[in-house]
Design a protein around this ligand. Structure first.
Ligand SMILES: Nc1ncnc2c1ncn2[C@@H]1O[C@H](COP(=O)(O)OP(=O)(O)OP(=O)(O)O)[C@@H](O)[C@H]1O
Ligand SMILES: [Mg+2]
Length: 233
């Protein structure tokens, strides 16, 4: 059986609003394994981005635990969490999170700065190749303000792949693209599957149902199993 890359157990998240607790996620269990595409669908506001934020080690859960490579994530320092993120995780944000004063190519190269031995020239080569692979070979020097929504999304995808992560966490990765680009992005995910990367994609896009090894529905903070077309046939 394929190896578990990231596992969450009994995960819950509460926010406090005007002193009143509101539960956004309740008792979520999920296992991201090598070479598997996991898809979560669910209505707007159901907690999909919140779940990804917890799994991306960007926020701490209220209850439950996150395990990365069979090791429980304790309350690490921010610095240690950043190291783990850079080493294992590729995060594609719903709203891209590109650095405004860096070019497309510099944005993609950012995670590569972790590797102190890597020369600038190699960083440039890798980030340019990644941008080409998402169809942005002609946009290396553009800053985020001079990129369209779909182009920014593709820069964000290229950046998430820069460190060759074992796990991809993607928040609505085809939210802003045309059909041709959508297919290109799906092709990238399928390639990553072949390379044994484990993926969690949260989306409203029904097309992902046919590529999901495991399909889940998130509703009112509860995660339940849906029937993906891969599992169903
Ligand atoms: N910091 C916060 N404080 C209070 N409530 C919050 C906070 N962040 C998110 N929420 C609430 O949590 C709920 C879940 O938000 P989340 O962004 O996870 O939804 P989502 O499923 O990703 O929605 P969408 O499909 O629209 O992206 C929403 O009702 C939102 O208002
Ligand atoms: Mg969201």
């Amino acid at each position: 059986m394929s190896q578990s890359l990231m596992k969450v157990s009994g995960l819950g998240k509460d926010y406090h609003l005007n002193g009143n607790p509101i539960s956004i996620l309740r008792d979520v269990d999920l296992d991201i394994r090598e070479g598997e595409i996991n898809v979560i669908m669910g209505p707007s506001g159901s907690g999909k981005s919140t779940l990804l934020t917890l799994m991306g080690l960007l926020d701490a859960p209220s209850t439950g635990s996150v395990q990365l490579m069979d090791k429980k994530i304790p309350h690490f320092s921010q610095e240690k969490l950043t190291d783990l993120r850079l080493q294992y995780l590729g995060f594609i944000f719903q709203d891209y999170h590109l650095v405004p004063n860096l070019s497309a190519q510099e944005n993609v190269a950012l995670p590569l700065l972790l590797n102190k031995d890597m020369k600038k020239q190699e960083r440039e080569q890798i980030s340019q190749d990644l941008l080409k692979s998402v169809g942005l070979g002609h946009r290396f020097a553009h800053f985020p303000t001079s990129l369209s929504g779909g182009e920014k999304q593709r820069v964000a995808i290229a950046r998430a792949l820069a460190n060759k992560p074992k796990i991809i966490l993607a928040d609505e990765p085809t939210g802003n693209v045309d059909t041709e680009t959508e297919l290109k992005i799906i092709e990238i995910f399928q390639q990553l599957k072949k390379q044994n990367v484990g993926m969690l994609i949260v989306t409203h896009n029904e097309i992902f149902k046919q590529y999901a090894d495991h399909l889940y529905i998130l509703k009112d903070g509860y995660l339940s199993k849906g029937v993906s077309q891969v599992e169903g046939f």
